[in-house]
Structures are given as structure tokens and as C-alpha cells.
Design a protein around this ligand. Structure first.
Ligand code: DSN
Length: 417
């Protein structure tokens, strides 16, 4: 980054500091990852210079000979990898992708039904403060009070009662597999369309480590920067019959020109995701999450739903008498980065809830395995027990940094200039 260093040393220095921070911390935010050097290069390329409103061969700007080839290639890779009939690779991120689906398939005031935010759903699945909850009628299903898992019979009953036009399956803080087949059946029964939002688990699905929604959903949305390990962006996959409506909703309905540098980087990520190494990574994410979950439970932590079968762990810290925000801040002082999170039926407020959310994608991308997950669980226990002891947290941070040094982070070449 020589040119950047010369032109703008302040920005250069902040990027370098963040780079070191990502290298020297254990990053457990389940929606984060480390992209490869190849993805970074495509994302930082001259493709950022272009406007390309429209779609391959149907653009509103001249000069698209290479961009058309590029976007067509990425669309084909997306369709092949996910077995989808149609792919749109232009959405700027997950929330715009979801809004585009609603705009394509619903009339204002139609009803959508998604998992409630406090139960693990996403803001854009109809939560009341968002556009999705205000421009469309929204009903939200909870997880079961006892098991903290989706109660498919209860979802079916609610769908029969509410008759939504769109049923949404997908989550941001749900540690269990989602049965997309049942969601598809419920949608069919009540005459709804079904959307699966697989943002968190797209990489697991590609790897065969989570059931696949494509056979059951009318539309599938996903960000590409979480377990899929691409740049920040999103895709919409759908059946052929919805292709034109989806494309028109993304452009010109919601967005202007596609971010071609992102499209290229998505293509690179999709190529990487089609390899045996990626398949192994996807399964290792789940093995790592299970190992960490088991060790946390052995140490007396209360895991929402009693464990995990994906990449994510939600801890209810009520029995440790440390609120989620305090725990997350103490962990950060110990160089372990996660986020505080509500737990289902949380008596506390979202800005200071009872839980923390952990995930294993980023540490798995560094090559860490079950042994390191057990060590991380041990550190988490020590931190929660000494959340007010800054000296102890600093000592743990030293140990964390020592372990990090043994596991290189993809895409981070410290000292490259
Ligand atoms: N903000 C993302 C997450 O952390 O899960 C979801 O979009």
C-alpha cells in the first residue's frame, strides 16, 4: 500500500492498525471472517471505476465488454455452486437483497412472516423499526420458550391463522439447523411464497454441513461475506419464474449501478468455495463450534438451546451474574472479540442484554481446530470470572496473542510494504 501510505498516511495507518488488530485477536463474531488475498485483490481493483447500470448485454452505459463477461461468469458460478435456476449478484448487501425480494414479490401492505429479532431473526425480516416492518404488515414467530428452538407446529399454526404472502426462514442468532423443507411445506399449504435468508450459513450449505434450502424455497438471499468468505455484498437466487421480477426489483427498483469490483470478488469467492478445501473448512467450522460449546457447557455456561449444530453459539450469562455487554467488553480487553446479544425471552434490554454471541468461521479460516476451541472456552471462563480485573484481562490477552501468532490470518501480510 505504498501509494496510500504516501497520499494519506492517516488512513494508511488506521488500516494497518486494524490489520494488526485482526491478526492479534481471536475474532468470534459469527458474521465475520478473513477473506483470501485473491478476494482482496479483486475487491481493490480498477473495477471500482465503472458504471454498468443494467444487466449483461442490456446496459444503459457503453464500454461494458469486459464487465458483461465478468458479471455473466459470476452469475454462472453462483447458479452452479448453489444449483439455482437464476442468480442476481448485484445487491449491495443482505438488507437491500431482502428489500428487493419484498419489492419484487409483494404489494405494499402485504403480510410477511419471519422469525422475531429477539429470538434470533434478522432486522430485515419484518422487525418493527425497519422498512420491512413498516411498508409491509409483519408477523413474527418466536422460538419455543422451553427448547429455544423453532417450533415448526407453532409456525404452521401461525401461518394458517395469519395467511402471510411471504414466509421467511433464516436467522442471525440461531444456533440450530433450520428445516427448510418444513418451511417450504408450510408456505405451500397457506399459499405463501417462501424466502430463505442463508446469510450466516451459506458457506456451510455449500460445504454440505447444513441442509440446503434451494429445492424448497422460491427465493434464497444471502450475503457473501460471512461463512461464504467473500467481499461485502449479497446475492439473490431464485426460480426462473421469478427471475425478471427479482432483476427489475434490484435494478432499477432499488439500486443504481452494480459494484463491479465486488462482483469480481464474489466470483473469486465462489471459485474458492467450489474446492475440496472449502468443503473441509465448512465442516471444521461446525466441529469447532461443537467443541467450544461442549467445553463451555462443561464449565457451567448456559447455552441457548443446549448447544449448537452450526457455526454459532449463544450464551445466556444470567447464571454467571455478568450481563452480556460487560462480558463482551471484558472479553475484548482480553483480545477475544464477540458481541453482546439478546437471548430469547430476555428480561433485559437489547442495549444491555443477558447474552453474548460467538461464532467459529474466522478462527476456522486461520486453521484453528478443536484443541484451540477448548482453550478459547477456558479463557472465556477466566474472563467472565474476572470481568473487573484489568490486570488479569491483560495477562489473558498476552496468552491470546501468543496463540494467534501460531495461526496466520488469510489476507494479512504484515510488513508487506
Ligand atoms: N449484522 C449481521 C450479523 O452480525 O449477524 C447480520 O446482518
Amino acid at each position: 500500500m505504498q501509494a496510500l501510505k504516501q497520499t494519506d498516511p492517516e488512513i494508511y495507518e488506521l488500516i494497518r492498525q486494524e490489520e494488526r488488530y485482526e491478526l492479534e485477536t481471536i475474532r468470534l463474531i459469527p458474521s465475520e471472517n478473513y477473506v483470501s488475498q485473491a478476494v482482496l485483490e479483486a475487491s481493490g481493483s480498477i473495477l471500482t471505476n465503472k458504471y454498468s447500470e443494467g444487466y449483461p448485454t442490456k446496459r444503459y452505459y457503453e464500454g461494458q465488454r469486459y464487465i458483461d463477461q465478468l458479471e455473466s461468469l459470476v452469475i454462472e458460478r453462483a447458479k452452479k455452486l448453489f444449483g439455482a435456476e437464476h442468480a442476481n449478484v448485484q445487491p449491495y448487501s443482505g438488507s437491500p437483497a431482502n428489500l428487493a425480494v419484498y419489492f419484487a414479490l409483494l404489494k405494499p401492505g402485504d403480510k410477511i412472516m419471519g422469525m422475531g429479532l429477539p429470538h434470533g431473526g434478522h432486522l430485515s425480516h419484518g422487525w418493527n423499526v425497519t422498512m420491512s416492518g413498516q411498508f409491509w404488515k409483519s408477523v413474527q414467530y418466536p422460538v419455543d420458550r422451553e427448547t429455544k428452538r423453532i417450533d415448526y407446529d407453532a409456525v404452521r399454526d401461525a401461518a394458517r391463522r395469519e395467511r402471510p404472502q411471504l414466509l421467511i426462514a433464516g436467522a442471525s442468532a440461531y444456533p440450530r439447523q433450520i428445516d427448510f423443507r418444513i418451511f417450504g411445506e408450510i408456505a405451500k399449504e397457506v399459499g405463501a411464497l417462501m424466502m430463505a435468508d442463508i446469510a450466516h450459513i451459506a458457506g456451510l450449505i455449500v460445504a454440505g454441513a447444513h441442509p440446503d434450502p434451494v429445492p424448497y424455497a422460491d427465493v434464497v438471499t444471502t450475503t457473501v461475506h460471512k461463512t461464504l468468505r467473500g467481499p461485502r455484498g449479497a446475492m439473490i437466487l431464485c426460480r426462473k419464474e421469478f427471475a425478471d421480477r427479482i432483476d427489475r426489483a434490484v435494478f432499477p427498483g432499488l439500486q443504481g449501478g452494480p459494484h463491479n469490483h465486488t462482483t469480481a470478488a464474489i466470483g473469486v469467492a465462489l471459485k474458492e468455495a467450489a474446492t475440496p478445501a472449502f468443503r473441509e473448512y465448512g465442516h471444521q467450522i461446525v466441529r469447532n463450534a461443537r467443541a467450544m460449546a461442549q467445553e463451555l457447557m462443561r464449565r457451567g455456561f448456559d447455552l441457548v438451546s443446549g448447544g449448537t449444530d452450526n457455526h454459532l453459539i449463544l450464551i445466556d450469562l444470567t447464571n454467571k451474574n455478568v450481563p452480556g455487554k460487560k462480558a463482551a467488553k471484558a472479553l475484548e480487553k482480553a483480545a477475544i472479540v464477540c458481541n453482546y446479544n439478546t437471548v430469547p425471552y430476555d428480561p433485559r434490554k437489547p442495549f444491555n442484554p443477558s447474552g453474548i454471541r460467538l461464532g467459529t468461521p474466522a478462527v476456522t479460516s486461520r486453521g484453528m481446530g478443536e484443541e484451540q476451541m477448548r482453550q478459547i472456552a477456558a479463557w472465556i471462563e477466566q474472563v467472565i470470572a474476572r470481568a473487573d480485573d484489568d490486570a488479569a484481562l491483560a495477562r489473558i490477552a498476552e496468552e491470546v496473542r501468543a496463540m494467534c501468532r501460531a495461526f496466520p490470518a488469510p489476507g494479512i501480510l504484515l510488513g508487506a510494504d
